[in-house]
Design a protein around this ligand. Structure first.
Ligand code: URA
Length: 237
């Protein structure tokens, strides 16, 4: 049994600010198991109690999964004393305790970051053995030769360790833009891989996790809560 304050449950389930949730309570719109409740401090058990708003039962999600379009210049952390973090960009109505980025992008890398409070899910998508592919759009200094593509497809060697195969495909060869798919995420992996080939990375953008692309309607710095269907696409083979 997990008890949660009524105003917190309303704000999380309906994506309301705490004060808007309290207003619904004051306006007698909220009932617990059929009885109107105006008390924001009331504790409910979402697995047992039926909470309705205007007569409609609400669905409480234990965990939240947020797609962020990370802009350059923010760090992939929950908190930082000096820098703006990806979690700082989550708007207050969907912010909750315990949010963290499931996987890190460098400060200057842009694109899809998944933010969640579900540690087990994060582990599942990050563990190299789980093979959740992460796709990047990489701008390089020059073209990648066929031999270099083959070397990466065979598995790049970094710090004397052979890593999982990396798929590289040209997106716009004239502008040295490539799609790169990683099956694991070692520290600065893409930058180090191409630096080793004498082809420094100019820009890096994560476009997809698993089968789920970054929503093109999200501007840098914007985020949205994922539906169950979207979440499934991250782990879909
Ligand atoms: N590889 C890198 O070098 N940087 C990132 O941010 C992600 C992958």
């Amino acid at each position: 049994m997990e008890l949660i304050r009524l105003d917190k449950l309303l704000s999380q389930a309906l994506l309301l600010s705490r004060s808007d949730a309290k207003k619904k309570l004051r306006d007698s719109q909220v009932a617990i198991n059929g009885k109107v409740c105006k008390n924001a401090d009331m504790k409910v058990d979402p697995s047992v109690d039926i909470v309705t708003v205007g007569g409609q039962p609400i669905v409480y999600q234990k965990y939240v999964y947020i797609m962020l379009h990370k802009p350059a210049g923010v760090v992939s952390a929950s908190k930082d004393p000096n820098e703006k973090t990806v979690v700082d960009l989550v708007p207050s109505e969907i912010r909750r305790k315990g949010l963290f980025p499931a996987g890190r992008l460098d400060k200057d890398t842009t694109g899809f970051v998944l933010i969640t409070d579900d540690g087990d899910f994060a582990h599942r998508i990050l563990a190299p053995g789980k093979h959740v592919p992460k796709t990047y759009r990489v701008t390089l200094t020059r073209t990648v030769s066929e031999a270099e593509v083959a070397e990466l497809a065979d598995g790049p060697v970094l710090d004397d360790e052979k890593l999982l195969p990396v798929a590289v495909q040209a997106v716009c060869e004239e502008k040295y833009i490539y799609s790169v798919v990683l099956m694991e995420g070692r520290y600065h992996q893409i930058k180090r891989m191409f630096a080793k080939q004498g082809n420094p990375v100019v820009a890096l953008h994560r476009t997809q996790m698993g089968q789920l692309p970054l929503d093109p309607s999200l501007l840098p710095g914007e985020c949205k809560v994922l539906s169950a269907g979207e979440l499934e696409r991250i782990t879909m083979q």
